[in-house]
Design a protein around this ligand. Sequence first.
Ligand code: CP3
Length: 342
Amino acid sequence: MIKNDLFLKALRGETVERPPVWMMRQAGRFLPDFMKLRDKYDFFTRCRTPELATEITLMPVRQIGVDAAILFSDILVIPQAMNIEVEMKPGLGPWLPNPIRTNKDVENVIVPDIEETLGYVLEAVKMTKQQLNGEVPLIGFAGSPWTILCYAVQGQGSKNFDIAKKFCFTNPIAAHTLLQKITDTTIAYLRAKVVAGVDAVQVFDSWGGMLSPVDYQEFSWKYIQQIIDALKDETPVIAFGKGCWFALDEMSKSGASALGVDWTCSPKNARYLSGGKITLQGNMDPARLYSSPADIKKMVHNMIDEFGKDRYIVNLGHGILPDIPVKNAQAFVDAVKGYSQK
Ligand code: CP3
């Protein structure tokens, strides 16, 4: 039983006294206690040690009182499990020494056994659930197949993922083979996380907005829809496509329980485009957490008024930035808790 189930109620579209609040990337970025652990253990050690992953996951719940936990891990553990080497370089971010560029590279990518390759994530889920003791729900996540392809082919972060796009547009057959392998792995992975205990899952399509609406359908949405179809009867699914407001109509018909929205789309327009019924999550500009706590409070209250308090999950429009002062993140959460309808 979950004591604070506001987040699950919002996912089911039930009426709530106030909307739930959490922040994307809340578990591994801005808290001083996280930075201490970051200085002691390298990134994948933190991911692979269930005790550390659990400790980091609980920090924002205990320290700023968010209504949901998100497991500390990374979207790039999937390509790692698929036989694609991924390193995390301090100051640079993801670095893949042997990016996927040819048909042969795609052939060498495997659809792995999840227990064998990602058992450490499942252990972290179980340990976190135990320590949460039903306080708040736990969110599991994965990257969208397109967003994973972006890193697998580009080999690192990028402003436009030009090499990844070139690969898709010059060798679509190989691209689709790779996307399907990532999709199959992701479905098995998210299923295993649900069995291990997560209460909902979120698919991060961080680079979906790099594609035109037509290409989005072909190279991204089609695969996210497969993931939703496979999971929706087992757990609520949240689909977050950064820069993907143009797809909200189609997304709203997908069987997802909620859709993430970024700050380039107004709450009213997001409601309009998504048909007015589905739960929405977002969408404050993460950089707005640099504003004063008093301004943050006003912006949060406006945002809830515009989205409406029901079928709404308060969040940022993308991940929290690493140098946000803790008191500003606290103001964001407290503003939601202090919300009362006019
Ligand atoms: O709340 C959380 O932060 C939970 C854990 C989490 C991480 N990554 C930990 C992490 C989650 C949910 C992610 C998702 C993720 N990872 C996404 C999708 C969301 C988004 O922000 O768009 C993407 C695109 C990645 C890939 C990735 N991992 C990048 C681009 C980087 C480098 C830059 C950075 O800090 O985000 C990472 C590394 C990473 N993942 C770190 C953390 C805490 C920082 C490295 C470190 O701590 O040593």
